[in-house]
Write a protein that binds this ligand. Structure first.
Ligand code: NAP
Length: 270
Protein backbone atom coordinates (compact mmCIF):
# COMPACT_ATOMS: atom_id res chain seq x y z
CA UNK A 1 0.00 0.00 0.00
CA UNK A 2 1.24 3.49 -0.80
CA UNK A 3 1.34 5.89 2.16
CA UNK A 4 3.26 8.86 3.53
CA UNK A 5 6.44 6.76 3.67
CA UNK A 6 6.30 5.84 -0.02
CA UNK A 7 9.55 6.77 -1.77
CA UNK A 8 9.24 8.34 -5.21
CA UNK A 9 11.47 7.46 -8.17
CA UNK A 10 11.08 8.19 -11.85
CA UNK A 11 12.49 8.68 -15.32
CA UNK A 12 13.23 12.07 -16.89
CA UNK A 13 13.16 12.37 -20.65
CA UNK A 14 11.42 13.85 -23.66
CA UNK A 15 9.49 12.12 -25.11
CA UNK A 16 8.81 9.57 -22.39
CA UNK A 17 5.37 8.15 -23.23
CA UNK A 18 6.72 4.82 -24.49
CA UNK A 19 9.18 4.23 -21.65
CA UNK A 20 9.08 0.74 -20.17
CA UNK A 21 11.07 1.78 -17.09
CA UNK A 22 7.94 2.35 -14.94
CA UNK A 23 6.56 -1.13 -15.56
CA UNK A 24 9.98 -2.67 -14.91
CA UNK A 25 10.88 -0.77 -11.73
CA UNK A 26 7.42 -0.85 -10.15
CA UNK A 27 7.33 -4.63 -10.56
CA UNK A 28 10.83 -4.90 -9.04
CA UNK A 29 9.93 -2.62 -6.09
CA UNK A 30 6.76 -4.60 -5.36
CA UNK A 31 8.51 -7.97 -5.58
CA UNK A 32 11.25 -6.78 -3.18
CA UNK A 33 8.71 -5.36 -0.73
CA UNK A 34 10.09 -1.84 -1.17
CA UNK A 35 7.54 0.89 -0.44
CA UNK A 36 8.23 2.94 -3.57
CA UNK A 37 6.57 4.27 -6.68
CA UNK A 38 8.24 4.92 -10.05
CA UNK A 39 6.73 7.46 -12.48
CA UNK A 40 7.51 8.85 -15.94
CA UNK A 41 8.28 12.60 -16.08
CA UNK A 42 8.28 14.22 -19.52
CA UNK A 43 9.89 17.64 -19.33
CA UNK A 44 11.40 20.37 -21.42
CA UNK A 45 12.68 22.14 -18.27
CA UNK A 46 15.66 20.10 -17.12
CA UNK A 47 16.95 22.50 -14.48
CA UNK A 48 13.44 22.94 -13.04
CA UNK A 49 13.03 19.16 -12.92
CA UNK A 50 16.28 18.63 -11.03
CA UNK A 51 15.43 21.49 -8.64
CA UNK A 52 12.04 19.80 -8.15
CA UNK A 53 13.72 16.46 -7.47
CA UNK A 54 15.72 18.08 -4.66
CA UNK A 55 12.79 20.14 -3.30
CA UNK A 56 10.37 17.19 -3.23
CA UNK A 57 12.87 14.63 -2.00
CA UNK A 58 12.48 12.35 -5.02
CA UNK A 59 14.87 9.51 -4.14
CA UNK A 60 16.17 8.51 -7.55
CA UNK A 61 15.78 9.18 -11.22
CA UNK A 62 16.57 7.44 -14.49
CA UNK A 63 17.72 9.90 -17.16
CA UNK A 64 17.10 9.25 -20.83
CA UNK A 65 17.17 10.98 -24.22
CA UNK A 66 17.90 13.91 -24.59
CA UNK A 67 19.27 14.67 -21.09
CA UNK A 68 22.06 12.16 -20.41
CA UNK A 69 24.82 14.72 -20.93
CA UNK A 70 23.03 18.00 -20.28
CA UNK A 71 21.98 16.90 -16.77
CA UNK A 72 25.57 16.76 -15.52
CA UNK A 73 26.00 20.46 -14.55
CA UNK A 74 22.93 20.26 -12.29
CA UNK A 75 24.27 17.38 -10.16
CA UNK A 76 26.42 17.64 -7.01
CA UNK A 77 28.66 14.71 -7.74
CA UNK A 78 29.50 12.14 -10.41
CA UNK A 79 30.48 8.53 -9.96
CA UNK A 80 33.91 8.02 -11.59
CA UNK A 81 32.52 5.79 -14.35
CA UNK A 82 29.84 8.35 -15.31
CA UNK A 83 32.53 11.04 -15.22
CA UNK A 84 34.81 9.10 -17.55
CA UNK A 85 31.94 8.23 -19.94
CA UNK A 86 30.62 11.79 -19.82
CA UNK A 87 26.97 10.75 -19.50
CA UNK A 88 24.51 9.98 -16.72
CA UNK A 89 21.51 7.64 -16.88
CA UNK A 90 20.87 7.34 -13.13
CA UNK A 91 20.63 9.84 -10.26
CA UNK A 92 20.72 8.87 -6.59
CA UNK A 93 19.45 11.43 -4.05
CA UNK A 94 21.31 10.94 -0.76
CA UNK A 95 19.97 13.46 1.79
CA UNK A 96 19.59 16.18 -0.83
CA UNK A 97 22.91 15.53 -2.61
CA UNK A 98 22.41 14.30 -6.16
CA UNK A 99 24.99 11.87 -7.53
CA UNK A 100 25.05 10.77 -11.18
CA UNK A 101 25.89 7.24 -12.38
CA UNK A 102 25.94 5.44 -15.71
CA UNK A 103 24.61 1.88 -15.88
CA UNK A 104 24.06 1.63 -19.68
CA UNK A 105 27.45 0.13 -20.48
CA UNK A 106 27.37 -2.14 -17.43
CA UNK A 107 23.95 -3.42 -18.53
CA UNK A 108 25.26 -4.19 -22.01
CA UNK A 109 28.28 -6.05 -20.61
CA UNK A 110 26.09 -8.11 -18.23
CA UNK A 111 23.89 -9.06 -21.19
CA UNK A 112 26.94 -10.16 -23.22
CA UNK A 113 28.70 -11.92 -20.35
CA UNK A 114 25.63 -14.08 -19.79
CA UNK A 115 26.43 -15.68 -23.20
CA UNK A 116 30.16 -15.28 -23.94
CA UNK A 117 33.61 -14.44 -22.53
CA UNK A 118 34.60 -10.93 -23.57
CA UNK A 119 38.36 -10.53 -23.08
CA UNK A 120 40.31 -10.46 -26.33
CA UNK A 121 37.21 -10.61 -28.56
CA UNK A 122 37.18 -8.40 -31.70
CA UNK A 123 34.17 -6.18 -31.25
CA UNK A 124 32.63 -3.87 -33.84
CA UNK A 125 30.44 -1.15 -32.45
CA UNK A 126 27.90 -0.01 -35.05
CA UNK A 127 26.97 3.62 -34.31
CA UNK A 128 28.72 6.41 -32.47
CA UNK A 129 26.00 8.07 -30.39
CA UNK A 130 25.31 8.13 -26.67
CA UNK A 131 24.62 4.41 -26.34
CA UNK A 132 27.79 3.49 -28.27
CA UNK A 133 29.89 5.72 -26.00
CA UNK A 134 28.83 3.99 -22.78
CA UNK A 135 28.89 0.49 -24.26
CA UNK A 136 32.24 1.07 -25.99
CA UNK A 137 33.81 2.39 -22.82
CA UNK A 138 32.80 -0.68 -20.84
CA UNK A 139 33.73 -3.05 -23.69
CA UNK A 140 37.23 -1.59 -23.66
CA UNK A 141 37.40 -1.98 -19.86
CA UNK A 142 36.50 -5.66 -20.37
CA UNK A 143 39.49 -6.12 -22.68
CA UNK A 144 37.67 -6.31 -26.01
CA UNK A 145 39.50 -5.13 -29.15
CA UNK A 146 37.22 -2.41 -30.50
CA UNK A 147 36.44 -0.93 -33.90
CA UNK A 148 33.84 1.82 -34.35
CA UNK A 149 31.76 1.62 -37.57
CA UNK A 150 29.59 4.67 -38.17
CA UNK A 151 27.69 6.40 -40.97
CA UNK A 152 29.10 9.88 -40.37
CA UNK A 153 32.87 10.02 -40.39
CA UNK A 154 33.24 12.96 -37.98
CA UNK A 155 31.19 11.39 -35.21
CA UNK A 156 32.77 7.97 -35.77
CA UNK A 157 36.29 9.36 -35.62
CA UNK A 158 35.47 11.34 -32.47
CA UNK A 159 34.19 8.24 -30.68
CA UNK A 160 37.13 6.15 -31.90
CA UNK A 161 39.51 8.81 -30.52
CA UNK A 162 37.67 8.74 -27.18
CA UNK A 163 37.85 4.94 -27.07
CA UNK A 164 41.42 4.90 -28.45
CA UNK A 165 40.43 2.46 -31.17
CA UNK A 166 40.10 2.19 -34.95
CA UNK A 167 37.27 3.69 -37.03
CA UNK A 168 35.80 2.40 -40.28
CA UNK A 169 32.99 3.97 -42.28
CA UNK A 170 29.83 1.87 -41.93
CA UNK A 171 29.75 1.03 -45.65
CA UNK A 172 33.16 -0.69 -45.25
CA UNK A 173 32.17 -2.83 -42.27
CA UNK A 174 32.83 -6.03 -44.27
CA UNK A 175 36.54 -5.22 -44.24
CA UNK A 176 36.97 -5.92 -40.54
CA UNK A 177 37.07 -9.21 -38.63
CA UNK A 178 34.25 -9.54 -36.13
CA UNK A 179 33.69 -11.80 -33.14
CA UNK A 180 31.07 -9.58 -31.52
CA UNK A 181 28.88 -7.04 -33.32
CA UNK A 182 27.04 -4.53 -31.14
CA UNK A 183 24.37 -2.56 -33.00
CA UNK A 184 23.62 0.82 -31.36
CA UNK A 185 21.84 2.83 -34.09
CA UNK A 186 18.04 3.27 -34.19
CA UNK A 187 17.94 1.46 -37.56
CA UNK A 188 15.45 -1.44 -37.37
CA UNK A 189 13.43 0.09 -34.56
CA UNK A 190 9.60 0.12 -34.61
CA UNK A 191 7.93 1.21 -36.93
CA UNK A 192 10.80 0.60 -39.42
CA UNK A 193 11.40 -3.04 -38.47
CA UNK A 194 12.45 -4.10 -41.95
CA UNK A 195 15.66 -2.07 -41.91
CA UNK A 196 19.13 -3.17 -40.83
CA UNK A 197 22.28 -1.02 -40.67
CA UNK A 198 24.55 -3.87 -41.83
CA UNK A 199 24.29 -6.12 -44.92
CA UNK A 200 22.52 -9.41 -44.15
CA UNK A 201 25.12 -11.52 -45.93
CA UNK A 202 28.08 -10.41 -43.79
CA UNK A 203 26.81 -12.31 -40.76
CA UNK A 204 28.62 -15.57 -39.97
CA UNK A 205 27.72 -18.30 -37.54
CA UNK A 206 30.70 -17.80 -35.23
CA UNK A 207 29.64 -14.21 -34.48
CA UNK A 208 27.78 -12.91 -31.45
CA UNK A 209 25.31 -10.17 -32.38
CA UNK A 210 23.70 -7.85 -29.86
CA UNK A 211 21.18 -5.16 -30.79
CA UNK A 212 20.55 -2.25 -28.40
CA UNK A 213 17.02 -1.94 -29.83
CA UNK A 214 14.33 -3.72 -27.80
CA UNK A 215 11.26 -2.78 -29.81
CA UNK A 216 10.88 -5.07 -31.72
CA UNK A 217 12.34 -7.75 -29.44
CA UNK A 218 13.94 -9.39 -32.46
CA UNK A 219 15.11 -6.87 -35.04
CA UNK A 220 15.75 -7.80 -38.66
CA UNK A 221 19.47 -7.90 -37.81
CA UNK A 222 18.88 -10.38 -34.97
CA UNK A 223 16.48 -12.47 -37.06
CA UNK A 224 19.11 -12.83 -39.80
CA UNK A 225 21.84 -13.48 -37.27
CA UNK A 226 19.79 -16.24 -35.61
CA UNK A 227 19.07 -17.80 -39.03
CA UNK A 228 22.84 -17.83 -39.73
CA UNK A 229 23.50 -19.61 -36.41
CA UNK A 230 25.02 -16.60 -34.60
CA UNK A 231 24.62 -16.15 -30.86
CA UNK A 232 22.05 -13.35 -30.54
CA UNK A 233 21.21 -10.97 -27.69
CA UNK A 234 18.24 -8.62 -27.70
CA UNK A 235 18.31 -5.02 -26.47
CA UNK A 236 15.81 -6.20 -23.85
CA UNK A 237 18.68 -7.91 -22.01
CA UNK A 238 20.72 -4.70 -21.98
CA UNK A 239 17.66 -2.74 -20.86
CA UNK A 240 16.79 -4.97 -17.92
CA UNK A 241 20.40 -5.25 -16.76
CA UNK A 242 20.94 -1.47 -16.84
CA UNK A 243 17.68 -1.23 -14.87
CA UNK A 244 18.81 -3.88 -12.38
CA UNK A 245 22.00 -1.86 -11.74
CA UNK A 246 19.85 1.24 -11.12
CA UNK A 247 17.71 -0.71 -8.67
CA UNK A 248 20.82 -1.81 -6.76
CA UNK A 249 22.08 1.78 -6.56
CA UNK A 250 18.73 3.01 -5.22
CA UNK A 251 17.93 0.22 -2.77
CA UNK A 252 21.13 -1.76 -2.02
CA UNK A 253 19.02 -4.81 -2.88
CA UNK A 254 19.25 -7.34 -5.72
CA UNK A 255 16.13 -7.14 -7.88
CA UNK A 256 14.27 -10.07 -9.40
CA UNK A 257 15.79 -9.78 -12.88
CA UNK A 258 13.63 -12.59 -14.31
CA UNK A 259 10.50 -10.75 -13.21
CA UNK A 260 11.81 -7.50 -14.74
CA UNK A 261 12.40 -9.33 -18.04
CA UNK A 262 8.93 -10.88 -17.98
CA UNK A 263 7.01 -7.68 -17.30
CA UNK A 264 8.91 -5.70 -19.94
CA UNK A 265 8.49 -8.52 -22.47
CA UNK A 266 4.77 -8.72 -21.73
CA UNK A 267 4.42 -4.95 -22.11
CA UNK A 268 6.24 -5.07 -25.45
CA UNK A 269 4.06 -7.91 -26.71
CA UNK A 270 0.80 -6.19 -25.74
P1 NAP B 1 22.07 8.74 -30.84
O1 NAP B 1 22.98 9.35 -29.83
O2 NAP B 1 21.09 9.58 -31.57
O3 NAP B 1 23.03 7.99 -31.92
C1 NAP B 1 22.51 7.38 -33.02
C2 NAP B 1 23.62 6.71 -33.88
O4 NAP B 1 22.93 5.98 -34.89
C3 NAP B 1 24.57 7.67 -34.55
O5 NAP B 1 25.85 7.09 -34.60
C4 NAP B 1 24.00 7.76 -35.97
O6 NAP B 1 24.97 7.91 -36.97
C5 NAP B 1 23.42 6.37 -36.16
N1 NAP B 1 22.33 6.37 -37.13
C6 NAP B 1 21.14 7.01 -37.01
N2 NAP B 1 20.38 6.76 -38.11
C7 NAP B 1 21.14 5.99 -38.94
C8 NAP B 1 20.92 5.43 -40.22
N3 NAP B 1 19.76 5.59 -40.88
N4 NAP B 1 21.91 4.68 -40.76
C9 NAP B 1 23.08 4.49 -40.12
N5 NAP B 1 23.35 5.02 -38.89
C10 NAP B 1 22.38 5.75 -38.32
O7 NAP B 1 21.22 7.56 -30.19
P2 NAP B 1 21.58 6.66 -28.90
O8 NAP B 1 21.15 7.35 -27.66
O9 NAP B 1 22.99 6.20 -29.02
O10 NAP B 1 20.56 5.44 -29.08
C11 NAP B 1 20.73 4.55 -30.15
C12 NAP B 1 19.82 3.34 -30.00
O11 NAP B 1 20.16 2.61 -28.83
C13 NAP B 1 18.34 3.66 -29.90
O12 NAP B 1 17.63 2.74 -30.67
C14 NAP B 1 18.03 3.44 -28.43
O13 NAP B 1 16.69 3.04 -28.22
C15 NAP B 1 18.99 2.30 -28.11
N6 NAP B 1 19.31 2.22 -26.67
C16 NAP B 1 18.97 1.08 -26.02
C17 NAP B 1 19.25 0.95 -24.68
C18 NAP B 1 18.88 -0.32 -23.98
O14 NAP B 1 18.91 -0.34 -22.75
N7 NAP B 1 18.56 -1.38 -24.68
C19 NAP B 1 19.89 1.99 -23.98
C20 NAP B 1 20.24 3.15 -24.68
C21 NAP B 1 19.93 3.25 -26.03
P3 NAP B 1 25.46 9.38 -37.49
O15 NAP B 1 26.58 9.75 -36.57
O16 NAP B 1 25.86 9.13 -38.88
O17 NAP B 1 24.26 10.30 -37.37
Amino acid sequence: MKNKLTKIYGVLGNPIGHSLSPVMHNAAFNAAGVNALYAAFETSDLKGSIDGMRALGICGMSVTIPFKTSVIPYLDELDSLAERIGAVNTIVNKSGRLKGYNTDGLGAMKALEAKIDLAGKRCVLVGAGGAARGIGFMAREKGMALVVANRSVDRGLALAAFLKCRFIPLERIRETKIDVLIQTTPVGMFPHENASPVPDDMLQEDMTVMDAIYNPLETRLLKNARAKGCTTISGLEMFIHQGAEQFRLWTDLDPDVDLMRTVVKNALEE
